[in-house]
Design a protein around this ligand. Structure first.
Ligand SMILES: Nc1ncnc2c1ncn2[C@@H]1O[C@H](COP(=O)(O)OP(=O)(O)OP(=O)(O)O)[C@@H](O)[C@H]1O
Length: 327
């Protein structure tokens, strides 16, 4: 039985389709990522799977429980850490955990033992009696994850787990997430708009854009699917550079932010020829870099946009949404 099985899941808000008929399966023990820009529909997707929102149509099961007809079954078997902070700042870490354990009716001795174990797992045992208001952002996130595991769920939902954290704290958090997946065998579904996060953490990734899944696979498989190498050339005249790249061995050319991104096999062989052709036409080159594709290139390949452009338009849409709401 897969941990999560999703068929044609759709969510509309007053005619606006936020999630548009998505399907995917997550096997037990996987770390699965929903990767996409702000507003792509990631949070709405996991909110439906966690039974916080009802789908408009489609179906899904979590640990074999139907998300519409067996909400309690789903809720008992999952842990959730969503973007909104929900810790009580005026309580200590231990008290926050204890309160949550009582809500789930976990008996005294078992509760104390699990709290101890989980606080050790996220390395907060030394600070367990300090008030949460004295915690850093990374410590709070670790505590939220520990709390989400208190009732021993087999599936954990993490919505943008490292949003707003500095790179070092983000790295530490990735290690905790990997550890609890490896040591406890917990299936993890996370949303992120950080390419490096999906690449580093996830066994498999679904790239989601405007409510639809545009590509799915392992990070390595997705990068391999767009083929070969990437050359990025910055130039004062990127259109002229792009115009030269008509050879059959060029499998793709994109122009973004004054740069030309070229996809091709065996880049090293072709760099001298490309540079010569550009110089012969007296076009300048500001910089040239050869690299392997990243998930950013995969996003660009399947959507024709970079994730940054998509985020800018997503923010604009959110502003419109809020303005409309105020009227
Ligand atoms: N309750 C709601 N009513 C109307 N529209 C909504 C509602 N919730 C979400 N949306 C819209 O649905 C779209 C998808 O939102 P969602 O929060 O799922 O995106 P996301 O990919 O998780 O991005 P973020 O990381 O910013 O939350 C957005 O355009 C958003 O404005």
């Amino acid at each position: 039985m897969p941990a999560i099985d999703v068929h044609d899941l759709t969510k509309s808000f007053d005619g606006f389709v936020a999630v548009d008929g998505i399907s995917f399966t997550i096997e037990s023990g996987e770390i699965f990522g929903l990767l996409g820009p702000n507003g792509a529909g990631k949070t709405t997707t996991i909110a439906m799977l966690a039974t916080m929102q009802r789908p408009t149509s489609g179906a899904a099961t979590v640990n074999g429980h139907d998300i519409v007809t067996d909400e309690d079954g789903v809720r008992r078997s999952i842990g959730i850490v969503f973007q909104d902070q929900s810790l009580d700042e005026e309580l200590t870490a231990y008290e926050n955990m204890d309160f949550h354990g009582r809500l789930y009716r976990i008996g005294g001795e078992v509760r104390r033992q699990r709290i101890g174990e989980l606080l050790a797992l996220v390395r907060l045992e030394d600070r367990k009696d300090d008030l949460v208001k004295t915690y850093s952002g990374g410590m709070r996130r670790r505590l939220e994850i520990a709390r989400g595991l208190l009732h021993e769920p087999t599936v954990l939902f993490l919505d943008e787990p490292t949003l707003g954290l500095d790179p070092q704290t983000r790295n530490h958090l990735w290690e905790y997430i990997e550890r609890l997946n490896a040591e406890k065998g917990i299936t993890i579904i996370l949303t992120t708009h950080y390419m490096e996060e999906a690449d580093r953490l996830c066994d498999r990734v679904a790239i989601i854009d405007r409510g639809s899944i545009v590509a799915e696979g392992t990070p390595a498989g997705l990068k391999a699917s767009i083929g070969g190498d990437v050359i990025t050339i910055a130039s004062p005249d990127p259109d002229a550079v792009a115009g030269l790249l008509t050879a059959p061995w060029v499998s793709g050319v994109e122009r973004r932010d004054g740069q030309v991104t070229i996809r091709l096999e065996n880049a090293e062989e072709h760099v001298p020829g490309i540079v010569t052709a550009i110089h012969q036409r007296s076009i300048g080159i500001t910089s040239l870099a050869v690299r392997k594709p990243t998930l950013e290139d995969v996003f660009l390949h399947y959507t024709g946009r970079t994730i940054r452009e998509e985020e800018a338009s997503g923010r604009e849409a959110m502003r419109m949404f809020h303005r409309a709401g105020r009227r």
